[in-house]
Ligand binder design. Sequence first.
Ligand code: BES
Ligand code: ZN
Ligand code: ZN
Length: 472
Amino acid sequence: MKILSSKAIKRLESLVFWANDKTIEKYINKEQEKYLQRKLKEKKDLVVIDQQGHFIFVLAVKQKDIHKEWEQYRKLGAQVFSQLNKEQLKSFHIEAKGIDNEQVKFFTEGVLLSSYSFTKYHSDKKRNKTYLASISINSSLKQANLDEINEIYKAVSFARDLVNEPLSYLTAEQLGEEIKGSGKAYGYNTEVLGKKQIEALKMGGLLAVNAGSFDPPTFSILEWKPKNAKNKQPIVIVGKGVVFDTGGVSLKPTAGSMDEMKSDMGGAAAVVGAMQAVAANKLDIHLIALVPATDNRPGNKAYVPQDIITMHDGTKVEVLNTDAEGRMILADALSYAKKFNPELVIDLATLTGAAHAAVGMYGIVSMGNAPIRYKTKLSSSGNRVYERLVEFPFWEEYGELVKSDIADIKNLGGPVGGAITAGKFLEHFTDYPYIHLDIAGPAYISATDAYRTKGGTGVGVRLLYDFIKNFK
Ligand code: BES
Ligand code: ZN
Ligand code: ZN
């Protein structure tokens, strides 16, 4: 998408105004003016004036809560995009002189994010086509601000693409290729370890999950290290990269429960997207992303319940359910992260049905032992980008539930607190300030919700970007 800071309004172009901007009078007639006033009195937050072939949109958001207000702007952006696209319009202008920058930013973000669609496998290229190709904006935002929004949009779209790609394309190795491609394009370093190197590192968890698969696992290391980095120790972000989760020999029941499992690398997509956005916008923060990746399926050599797996850090894990595979591969990544002496580690994972059931698509389940200041910052980022966090307890007692009789720890908790016992399992492999984000609820949605397009949502990209941008 082209986004240009420009004062010029072209004739016959669709326009967006904020309510009570008098300059609109030049573009509408008396009748339309009356219609507008009537609609505004009815407290409509968006008024659309149809001008045969193009539109004038008037925004009149009123929300007491600032985060809801910003979210409303994103949603209106989605509505405006949908109208424009129905008419196959290729451009429009946002007239926002004197308007608060945040409002303009979030409105534009809503337009951009809603313009995404996954059409790679459509033979008819007109189906779900996005016609919009350029936006001009008159506001106090600088061109650099607009470029930043555009890069964030590209990163979210990249994450959505990765989630939307099925296993028939996106194997663990292909995910590695996608990561290398992004690194090359955006100037961050990538290293994609193959099976031999993963064996040499004794990543027993990743290898066990991969054992039933035809396709080898990968372990990707992404790094953005600017010279002027404000942090001495890196932030490490870790994403679950299960490119398809059948459950393994603890096979998921077919009725529905497997239908969305190409999205089980939503955490990986989030950290890769965030890395891309951070590098594209050249943030002054040293950032490392780790992506352990494999599919999880039954096969001749598949790991089975009661196996005892020696992990990368030497921990012995009793496997009780092969469908609890996310924690097996993340554990190896988390112990690998120790070597970077990180200031903070955050993992994102579509980890548990329990987190999904607890908050649905509306929230991210969070927990961890990191100092409160990090949690507060992350939570404010969540409110700002509207990927809101719900903090779960992380009490020691839950750790008791993953102790094993026959080994050090088991990959299955008790009947309660499934999201938390998964988090406690992961904590075992850390020795640094740690936050775990379970995105099983919001990573994938079956119907479009305003600017969150159906399928992969790219959740986590904007959250991490905002957090990293405001880190120091
Ligand atoms: N990938 C699933 C979790 C999931 C479920 C994500 C629904 C998105 C939507 C994960 O690997 C899994 O199967 N978890 C099991 C763990 C259990 C066996 C301890 C679960 O939550 O049921
Ligand atoms: Zn599973
Ligand atoms: Zn899974």
